[in-house]
Design a protein around this ligand. Structure first.
Ligand SMILES: Nc1ncnc2c1ncn2[C@@H]1O[C@H](COP(=O)(O)OP(=O)(O)OP(=O)(O)O)[C@@H](O)[C@H]1O
Ligand SMILES: [Mg+2]
Length: 458
């Protein structure tokens, strides 16, 4: 792919090659080199972007005068702007970052750059000319969040909040030699653009009746778990579901890397913190969940349950914070429940296994299963209601499933199949002022042959 032609940032103006460069480019290169000699990159990193611009403009105007460069006011303004644009940006990375299809950038030493677009890895020509230049760019990235990466801390993981350069925000991980063998290694995960529920419907990830059922469930304060494999769209779905939480409620979100972008005004967003170089000061999801309980939340949204925090989350769902949402890494809805149970047992609080079963049964109401297929499609393949109580075996009742064999309306294979709604769920929705959306019927008997051609629950 030849779309990316790196351009030199302030840190990268190497010797001018002359050939093919216009006098403008030579001048820009010269000024960038001079600018680099004048400014302290670390100090610059502590300023916000507009302060940085002002500082650089001032230095550059001074340089243009002292270097005896004769220009009209207009030419000078445009030259200064161009140099500053390149200097405050991320140089070689800039055109890559501008490509909305890129979800991940991987740099394995200055001469090897890969990008991921639509789930596919692709090597692209590197614009970096040396590891020193790459290091300077890394330094510029991490210094925006007041972090340093050098010999004394050769591994850094930082989240970059959205700004003008990185409108979506990103998570960046850096490993320096000698820990990495091929030069500085950088992994930048650009936070994905969030699809709203309407867009997910348009993309065929879910259908409208299911959306309406889920909206009713969120408003009725049911506790919902979104389950799926890596990159199956869990966070995207969690974000879209959260949009149904009424505006008047106080929402606390807890994530490892703050990826959620909630539409409501009253949101407290929290993020974990890794330990410092001495291995201290870590703040875990679990710490944050416990703390959240003292923050008078109406709802708690946990980005992903991975360990002992599952117990705190389940307890919270059970005690005054109904209507909470989370995701779990699992391949089936059954698996999601067993994983929750197992994770809850990882908590240092010793809880008998049967009590954990009870905890899951009494907390979780709905489980959504997402799947990412080989062609990159993400889809809800099942929505089920957990009807088991107390210490019973988990009993999941399908509300919707994706059947690849049923023909859709347009005659193409694959359709969402709806099942009769378990009376307990229908009653819960009704109690909370929500009706069953069109397309769903309340199940009548205790064994009902449902529209999907199977016994959905008993
Ligand atoms: N329905 C969809 N159609 C197309 N792309 C989607 C869909 N849902 C999510 N995506 C994209 O898939 C990627 C992964 O989504 P997301 O981060 O929500 O998944 P995840 O399951 O939370 O991933 P992880 O396992 O890393 O936590 C993102 O780029 C997102 O924009
Ligand atoms: Mg996720």
């Amino acid at each position: 792919m030849s779309g990316y032609r790196g351009f030199a940032g302030v840190d990268s103006a190497g010797p001018d090659t002359g050939a093919g460069e216009t006098s403008d480019e030579l001048l820009v290169g010269r000024l960038k080199r001079l600018l680099l000699e004048e400014v302290d990159l670390h100090e610059l990193g502590r300023l916000d972007e507009s302060q940085r611009r002002t500082r650089l403009e001032r230095v550059l105007n001074h340089l243009v005068s002292t270097e005896g460069i004769i220009l009209s006011t207009r030419e000078r303004t445009s030259l200064v702007r161009r140099v500053v644009d390149e200097a405050v940006g991320l140089g070689v990375l800039e055109p890559i970052l501008a490509d909305p299809a890129v979800s991940e950038i991987m740099i394995n030493g200055h001469d090897t750059v890969y990008v991921e677009r639509f789930g596919v890895l692709e090597r692209i020509p590197s614009g970096f000319t040396s590891n020193e230049q790459l290091l300077q760019t890394i330094d510029r990235i991490v210094s925006t969040v007041n972090r340093r990466v050098d010999e004394s801390s050769p591994m850094v993981d930082a989240r970059l909040p959205p700004d003008t350069r990185l409108p979506r925000g990103a998570r960046v991980n850096v490993v320096l030699p000698p820990l990495s063998l091929r030069g500085p290694t950088v992994t930048i995960r650009l936070f994905p653009r969030r699809y709203g529920m309407d867009e997910l419907v348009q993309r065929g990830a879910i259908d409208q009746p299911t959306v309406e059922l889920l909206a009713a469930a969120v408003r009725a304060r049911l506790n919902i778990v979104v389950s799926g494999g890596t990159a199956s769209g869990k966070t995207t779905m969690l974000n879209a579901l959260s949009a149904f939480i009424p505006e008047r409620e106080r929402i606390v979100t807890i994530e490892d890397a703050a990826e959620l972008a909630l539409v409501q005004e009253h949101v407290v967003q929290m993020e974990t913190r890794p330990p410092n170089v001495e291995g201290r000061g870590a703040v875990t999801i679990r710490d944050l969940v416990r703390n959240a309980l003292r923050m008078r939340p109406d709802r708690i949204v946990v980005g992903e349950c991975r360990g002992g925090e599952a117990l705190d989350m389940l307890q919270a769902m059970n005690t005054g914070h109904e209507g909470s949402l989370t995701t779990v890494h699992a391949n089936t809805t059954d698996d999601a429940l067993s994983r929750l149970e197992t994770m809850a047992s990882m908590s240092e609080v010793e809880v008998p296994f049967q009590a954990l079963r009870e905890q899951v049964n009494s907390s979780i109401d709905l489980v959504l299963q997402l799947v990412r297929t080989a062609d990159g499609t993400r889809r809800v393949v099942e929505v089920s209601y957990l009807s088991s109580r107390r210490r019973e075996e988990f009993a999941l009742n399908r509300l919707v499933h994706w059947d690849p064999r049923t023909l859709g309306r347009s005659g193409t294979p694959g359709a969402f199949v709806r099942h009769p709604v378990h009376p307990a769920l229908a009653a819960r929705l009704q109690e909370r002022g929500q009706s069953l959306p069109d397309g769903f019927v309340r199940a009548g008997g205790s064994h009902e042959l449902d529209a999907g051609g199977g016994v959905s629950w008993s």
